[in-house]
Design a protein around this ligand. Structure first.
Ligand code: ADP
Ligand code: XUL
Length: 524
């Protein structure tokens, strides 16, 4: 009998299932259900509910429960032998919070297979909707928590991130302040990534250090709740939060509901859930310290792995627990493809022309020209007033193509230096990773090989791989991470781009000059 493992990614717009065969090293099925189209009764648009205040963005938790029934009904139709699934792990959109009343544990234990999950669980909510990561209505609460914790740097040192509107702690504080009675009625607070496993296991599931770090509530060094942060957020919070447990811990076997209604094995295990970015780190094969992925999308995002906990002194980026052990960083650079497109369009080029312009110019340019790519306000480094700053480059100079990409790569090197780990290899994903010249600059500036990584559903795949890993550990024969991901989360063969010989000293000097130009520009 095949050994199958199920990963579920409950994301903003859809629920995605990936089933892997651990022995054949193949993906057996990948199914995605869009919430709007599949469950129109919940009235979401792009998976969310909005009201008059554009900063408030919520979603209906019962829709996520209903989607679980739907996707488990789909799997047999996709040819999956669901009885062969040995374990399931969940990935969830990060930060979103679900508020449950005291009836939740009993209701979760025994949904009625005849009624389905949404109807069976309709009485468990202490708050009808869940604020999600797109909600930005908690600036006042961020300021209050930051003040109580001794400032942004202190909060980042304690919890891995400065306060952000979408983080769960500020969201909980707002709920406590605006709806104190409903807050008092709340017996359990779950994240999306612990709510879905709670349903699957029929009991309140723990929160893992991957998603727990997205709350401004977890002590990042010890991976336990931070008493000071809890006190700064809302009274009585300790009693409402589940414990924090390792990402690979077992919550329990699937609830009898899933055996009776969906034909799962009563022995199938449910693992602790994690956030979608932590799960993507596994789905991108970043299972050893020093492995880095850079996603070149609308924005550029740097995912790093590190063996020990380190937090940026400036509060740059986020530090989360990695579900593969140790820690991961998530650092967002807003001026990614956006900036590359602006330079390309101003010069009237297509992507082939942009690539040729990079090829035709020397690494480091002339040693003098520099460009700061802040077309839009920048997240890393924090730049509130946008504006491109240029040194030694005319408006019509095709060297601007190289200048913008070098700037982005040097900025990434500078603003991830706090991790204390130089990358040993980088996996490049996202639309712009199709451009080999961009990957060459990446390899040259970072001084390590770059590989192209094609992703589909990396969070759901990461969850499926976590299910395999956690199950093997629970069975007493833990499979090492490199073997867990082998053949399933690997870069495109033959896509390796090595640093050009001799360029390392050029960029050592350029990086210092860029950092100085950045400091001067930010100060001025
Ligand atoms: P997202 O998922 O963040 O919306 P994608 O990862 O799909 O973005 O990447 C889309 C971006 O990829 C486009 O905005 C475009 O600028 C960029 N892109 C596509 N092809 C190329 C190319 N050959 N060279 C550079 N950039 C490219
Ligand atoms: C990360 C974040 C988003 C969500 C998307 O901090 O807010 O990436 O996890 O699902």
């Amino acid at each position: 009998m095949a050994r199958l493992f199920l990963g579920l990614d409950s994301s903003t717009q859809s629920l995605t299932a990936v089933v892997i065969d651990a022995d054949a090293r193949t993906t057996v099925a990948e199914v995605s259900l869009a919430f709007d189209a599949t469950l129109p009764a919940y009235g979401t648009r792009n998976g969310v509910l909005r009201g008059d205040d554009p900063t408030v963005v919520h979603a209906p938790p019962l829709m996520w429960a209903a989607a679980l029934d739907r996707i488990l009904e789909r799997l047999p139709r996709e040819g999956v032998d669901v009885a062969s699934i040995l374990a399931v792990a969940v990935s969830g959109q990060q930060h979103g919070s679900v508020y449950l009343n005291a009836s939740a544990p009993a209701a979760l234990a025994a949904p009625d297979p005849a009624k389905g999950l949404a109807d069976s669980l309709s009485g468990i909510l202490a708050r009808a909707t869940a604020p999600i990561w797109m909600d930005s209505s908690t600036s006042a609460e961020c300021a209050e928590i930051t003040r109580a914790m001794g400032g942004p740097a202190a909060l980042a040192q304690a919890t891995g991130s400065a306060a952000f509107e979408r983080f769960t702690g500020p969201q909980i504080r707002k709920f406590f302040k605006t709806e104190p009675t409903a807050y008092a009625r709340t017996a359990h607070i779950a994240l999306v990534s612990s709510f879905v496993p709670s349903i699957l296991a029929g009991r309140i599931a723990p929160i893992d250090p991957g998603d727990g770090a997205g709350m401004n509530l977890m002590d990042i060094a010890s991976k336990r709740w931070h008493p000071g942060a809890l006190a700064a957020t809302a009274p009585g919070l300790d009693a409402k939060l589940p414990p924090i447990a390792d990402s690979w811990s077992v919550v329990g076997p699937v609830a009898p509901y899933f055996v009776r209604r969906h034909g799962l094995s009563p022995k199938a295990l449910v693992l602790a859930g994690s956030g979608d970015n932590p799960c993507s780190v596994v789905g991108l094969g970043l299972v050893e310290p020093g492995m880095v992925a850079i996603s070149l999308g609308t924005s550029d995002t740097y995912f790093g792995t590190m063996p020990a906990c380190r937090v940026s002194a400036e509060g740059e980026g986020h530090v989360f627990g990695s579900p593969a052990g140790g820690y991961m960083s998530l650092v967002c650079f807003k001026n990614g493809s956006l900036a590359r497109e602006r330079v390309r369009d101003a010069l009237g080029l297509d992507w082939a022309g942009f690539a040729a312009a990079i090829r035709d110019t020397p690494p480091g340019l002339d040693g003098k020209s520099l460009l700061l790519p802040w077309f839009e306000p920048e997240i890393t480094p924090r730049v509130l007033t946008p504006g491109v700053r240029v040194r030694g480059l005319a408006e019509t100079d095709r060297a601007r193509c190289r200048a913008v990409v070098e700037a982005q790569m040097m900025s990434m090197r500078i603003h991830t230096g706090w991790m204390g780990v130089r990358p040993g290899r980088i996996y490049a994903t996202g639309g712009a990773s199709a451009n080999r010249e961009i990957l060459q600059v990446m390899a040259d500036v970072h001084g390590c090989p770059v590989f192209r990584f094609e992703t589909t559903a990396s969070a759901a795949l990461g969850a499926a791989l976590r299910a395999f890993h956690g199950w093997s550990a629970a069975a007493g024969a833990p499979v090492p991470w490199p073997d867990v991901v082998r053949g399933l989360a690997e870069p495109v063969a033959a896509s390796r781009v090595d640093p050009a010989p001799g360029v390392a000293p050029v960029y050592e000097a350029r990086v210092r000059a860029y950092a100085a130009f950045e400091r001067e520009s930010a100060a001025g």
